[in-house]
Ligand binder design. Structure first.
Ligand code: AMP
Length: 451
């Protein structure tokens, strides 16, 4: 088996790798590190979780050698601030015995500290495209010394509409340079970008294209949209899930679900592009420190989240782009852990699941939903939508639970809505009787406010 010392890495980098507790290189590291040390361009198909960051950061640091000048000689471009921060953090850790200077720049925070940081000198710069171009335009950054360029998560860059920004950045770089491009998925646009950027690249494909780590257990539950949050709350509580990353399609949906989970007694926070950088960092830190159980994210915000051994990922809504499923579940089963990917599929999403199965080249089986209760449903102000629910209430339930006003138990997605204008409303949510909600949250439901 290859060891890190077989890869030709310098002693200071080997020490840093040992400090991190890595024993053996991952597949991408074993292939990318020698190629990049050799000065070759690299095109790597590698999902997050494969150890790709060390795969390019370690050889870059070795190429840089010792600190020199003020302008960056290596540039890593990432789609999101979270990923930029994370790559920069890795670079600092891997480069701790080298004396090399790392800087990170991204939008959403003040420019001044970033400009000051660049002024003090920088060997490796990690950046998102917008802020990079801003600072370059202001004359705060000189890209004329960049000899090594990495485009990380190139597919997501394109999804986020960064193609023109990327092209502008490339035009600002010296013609003579080493390039590497990492992408989890491959489209024609990605191939076109690779052809433009890379010269005779070493192609590395550690995970067959668009397939997902085998060790992830995929399961889907079919149920009406309005039952999803109840099943989710049940799965989290009943399974005593310590941590779950939940994906919604919209920022608004992420906020609302985080509130609803909170209302059901599950500590949750939302993370998406409308949140300030400090709110996103706080949510992530709270999640990593287990101060919150559920992190509700949109696809874009989830990029770059490195959460060790995240056991559960839930697709609260299926992504419109099937490849996003691959990115989402890349958050679980990282670096050798096993993972569990749950998809909650409303009837109108069944086609999306079929598209996902085509991309995965495997089935995502539907399972019978466990019995779950509609415990914290805000009673509708006027009409209870009884007819939709009744179609799903055929299977056995827990009669003792259903006996609580405003609280019904369900199996296989079955649900009994609270009676119209019934006790739930009058008594601050009948669901309060025994429902696992935090004190104070009942008030939210008492007025029958819509969620
Ligand atoms: P990445 O795909 O770069 O986001 O890395 C995924 C996770 O794997 C990170 O938490 C890394 O710290 C970890 N990791 C990277 N390389 C190794 C290795 N050789 N052995 C064990 N863990 C690693």
């Amino acid at each position: 088996m290859t060891s890190f010392s077989d890869l030709g890495l310098a002693p200071g980098l080997l020490r840093a790798v040992a400090d991190k507790g890595y024993d053996t290189p991952t597949l991408i590291q074993a292939r990318a590190i020698p190629a990049l040390l050799d000065g070759r361009d690299v095109l790597a198909s590698a999902q997050t979780g494969t150890g790709k960051t060390a795969g390019f950061v370690l050889p870059l640091l070795q190429k840089l050698g010792a600190p020199k000048g003020r302008a960056p000689r290596a540039l890593v471009l990432t789609p999101t601030r979270e990923l930029a921060a994370q790559v920069a953090q890795c670079a600092r850790e891997y480069g701790r015995h080298t004396g090399l200077r790392m800087q990170v720049i991204f939008g959403g925070v003040g420019e001044k500290p970033q400009i000051d940081g660049l002024r003090t000198g920088c060997d490796l710069l990690v950046a998102t495209p917008g802020r990079l171009l801003d600072l370059e335009g202001q004359g705060a950054l000189d890209l004329g010394e960049v000899a090594h360029f990495v485009l990380d998560e190139a597919d997501r860059m394109l999804d986020m509409g960064f193609i023109h920004a990327i092209k502008r950045v490339i035009r600002l770089l010296p013609a003579q340079r080493q390039n590497a491009m990492f992408s989890a998925t491959y489209s024609d646009d990605i191939r076109a970008l690779a052809a433009r950027l890379l010269h005779d690249p070493v192609a590395i494909d550690v995970a067959p294209r668009n397939t997902v780590a085998e060790r992830i257990e995929h399961v889907a539950f079919k149920l009406p949209k309005e039952h999803k949050r109840h099943l989710l709350a049940h799965l989290i509580k009943d399974g005593a899930w310590p941590q779950v990353l939940v994906f919604t399609r919209t920022k608004h949906g992420a906020n609302r679900l985080a509130e609803q989970l909170d209302g059901a007694g599950i500590r949750a926070a939302a993370i998406h592009g409308n949140k300030s950088q400090s709110a996103r960092v706080r949510a992530l830190e709270d999640f990593k420190a287990h101060r919150i159980t559920a992190l509700v994210a949109t696809d874009v915000a989830s990029r770059g989240l490195d959460i060790k051994e995240l056991p559960h990922v839930v697709n609260y809504e299926l992504p419109n782009v099937p490849e996003d499923y691959v990115h989402r579940i890349g958050r679980t089963a990282r670096a050798g852990a096993t993972g569990h990917a749950v998809s909650l599929v409303a009837p109108d999403e069944a086609g999306l699941l079929r598209d996902i199965e085509k991309v995965l080249k495997r089935a995502v089986p539907y399972a019978a939903a466990p019995a779950f209760e509609i415990s914290a449903a805000p009673p509708p102000r006027r009409e209870a939508p009884a007819p939709q629910h009744s179609a799903h209430s055929a299977r056995a339930a827990h009669p003792e639970r259903a006996a609580h006003p405003g609280r019904a138990a369900h199996r296989g997605g079955a649900a009994q809505p609270p009676r119209r204008g019934g006790p739930a409303r009058r008594h601050g949510g009948g669901g309060r009787a025994g429902a696992a909600r935090r004190p104070g949250s009942a008030g939210r439901f008492s007025g029958g406010r819509k969620h």
